[in-house]
Design a protein around this ligand. Structure first.
Ligand code: PLP
Length: 373
């Protein structure tokens, strides 16, 4: 039996399930007796048609996607969606859209959207170094924080990969059409969710569901008006991709194939409720180790919004953090360095990180503390 030599705590591209990689290995050479690699088949042939249709129906089952929504397999990463969303949902750059910014990714989305709409910052966690989220269930939150009733949509980043801040409940948009849009790149398929609360969800694949190169968009059909802003590139026009069932041009076939294997694996595990249970167990163990360290390890994020996926923490000095990351790597726990913009340590514990990986990290943390107290 193949055993991977390391536990990979990278934020993305991130670790994928062993079972998926093993299946893919066989299909790399000969996809189910076709004599062709999965990478060599026509995207319009019957084999790939089945790959993409099964991937879509499995994803619909996992997330209970309602009938009135389209699921698109696109390219360009979540970054491309930062512009695609306002280009499709705002009829001109004069149209307003609201943004709640809880970390660097939400900030990037806000800044990029500002080129294509009149972007309004409703609330920002920046003054607190992105360590909390104003409670969006507090009825005063919306009043205090100037949502624009004419905004075309309200945008959030559901999980901030760098800062480790995750929405646990979603804000109710006060705009005319009640439209909420979410970047779910780093917590997509990590727990059950109510898609009907959103007008549009997008996610890059390379954290929970596959390799980089695939971007999923789930969009409510009444938003596919086919009237994007006039200069919208064809590749960013949702209606064109929806009408062509994500085959307007050559899609990222291999990436979609891997996503399909991951969706099937998540269903086999028992669906997203079971996936969430596992993720809570892993995150509980890791945050417990941090909080139980008498301040040797510190997670700056307010407890109620701590991410189940990305766990950032700091040690006393930069030197000690460097030593921690280096020694962990020697013991087979890799890619633990914090994002270059914030430093520290970050353990990304996506769906495919086994509990054994987190337990090994927790044991190492205790040992490291005892040696460096
Ligand atoms: N949004 C979030 C929450 C992310 O974590 C990332 C990447 O890490 C992005 C957007 C950007 O994604 P991409 O590199 O696929 O464009």
């Amino acid at each position: 039996l193949y055993r991977r030599p390391v536990f990979n705590f990278a934020a993305g591209p991130a670790t994928l399930p062993e079972s998926v990689l093993l299946k893919a290995q066989a299909d790399l050479f000969d996809y189910r007796g076709s004599g062709m690699s999965i990478m060599e088949m026509s995207h319009r042939g019957k084999d790939f048609d089945s790959v993409i249709k099964t991937a879509e129906s499995d994803l619909r089952e996992l997330l209970s996607v309602p009938d009135g929504y389209s699921v698109l397999f696109l390219q360009g990463g979540a970054t491309t969606q930062f512009s695609a969303v306002p280009l499709n949902l705002c009829s001109s750059p004069a149209d307003p859209a609201d943004f709640i910014v809880t970390g660097s990714w939400g900030d990037k989305a806000f800044k990029e959207a500002s080129k294509y709409c009149t972007a309004n910052l409703v609330w920002s966690g920046k003054p607190n170094n992105y360590t909390d989220i104003a409670d969006p269930t507090d009825p005063n939150f919306l009043l205090r924080n100037n949502q624009n009733p004419d905004a075309r949509y309200l945008h959030i980043c559901a999980n901030e990969t760098i800062h480790g801040v995750e929405f646990k409940t979603y804000p109710a948009p006060e705009n005319d059409n009640g439209l909420l849009v979410a970047d779910m790149s780093s917590n997509f398929c990590s727990k059950p969710g109510d898609v009907s609360k959103f007008g549009l969800i997008y996610a890059g694949a390379q954290k929970n569901i596959g390799p980089s190169g695939v971007t999923i968009v789930i969009v409510r059909n009444d938003l596919l008006l086919g009237r994007p802003q006039p200069a919208t590139p064809v590749m960013l026009d949702y209606k064109i991709h929806a009408d062509a069932a994500s085959l307007y041009n050559t899609p990222p076939c291999f990436g979609i194939y891997i996503c399909g294997l991951v969706f099937a694996d998540l269903l086999e595990q028992g669906g997203l409720a079971e996936v969430e249970r596992k993720n809570e167990e892993k995150a509980g163990a890791l945050y417990g180790a941090i909080d139980g360290s008498d301040g040797f390890y510190v997670c700056p994020v307010e407890r109620s919004v701590r991410s189940l996926m990305n766990v950032p923490f700091t040690l006393r000095t930069k030197e000690l953090e460097k030593k921690f990351v280096e020694e962990a790597a020697k013991e087979g726990m890799v890619q633990l360095k914090g994002h270059r913009s914030v430093g520290g340590v970050r353990a990304s514990i996506y769906n495919a990180m086994p509990l054994a990986g987190v337990q090994k990290l927790v044991a190492f943390m205790k040992d490291f503390q005892a040696r460096n107290q």
